[in-house]
Design a protein around this ligand. Sequence first.
Ligand code: SAM
Length: 227
Amino acid sequence: ELQHTWTQVDDYMNNLLIPSDSLLEQTLQTNAEAGLPAHDVTPNQGKLLQLLLQIQGASRVLEIGTLGGYSTIWMARALPEHGRIVSLESESHHADLARANLTRAGLMHKVDLRVGPALTTLPDVQEEYREPFDMIFIDADKPSNPDYLRWALRLTRPGSLIIGDNIVRDGEVIRTDSTDPRVQGVRSFLQLIADHPRLEATALQTVGSKGYDGFVIARVIDAPEPK
Ligand code: SAM
């Protein structure tokens, strides 16, 4: 079966390229025991986020959707000691677990975890963080993706990256008539990216241990000269 093959190939590549890490594994175990949904990024996706931050020379990251802090750990590890990742999470139960996991990983000093719906905590983030973010990872409630993109544009600079996860949704993304608000949220999000003069982007389909999905990577560029 296809899913079985995808999982086996992920396992093969991850065993080769990504040393097993007891802190990350403990984080997943803690989250599972606490009943959190297994909606974390996979190890190879976490490593991709890490590589992108290193390539960027990033020191300021904004994450929308913390869950148990699994992706936060991957990204915080890629930041210099003075670096900061602001991570927004609406569920206090998720945030409590994330805080415990990040503390155990010795990374909490790099993390500013804010509890509440992101659309209510983002104005405070804008007020308190005057410097633009180098990367924004959007991975929360998909119907709000268009709003998160508007915020991301306010909080970045030319050269910043904006990454959106779960944009393929088992292929549902091409269904124009989908009644799933997550699909429509992702479609509007991709359309906004496509139409925006200050973004250039690509989107990739992925298969792996978490099924068939994909992500979009957009780079903020200078506004074109007015004609
Ligand atoms: N980035 C995490 C990782 O890879 O480990 C996974 C995040 S999970 C896909 C989505 C998270 O977004 C959930 O924990 C959910 O509670 C949170 N969320 C949902 N709606 C939200 C909102 N309006 N504001 C902030 N977080 C929200």
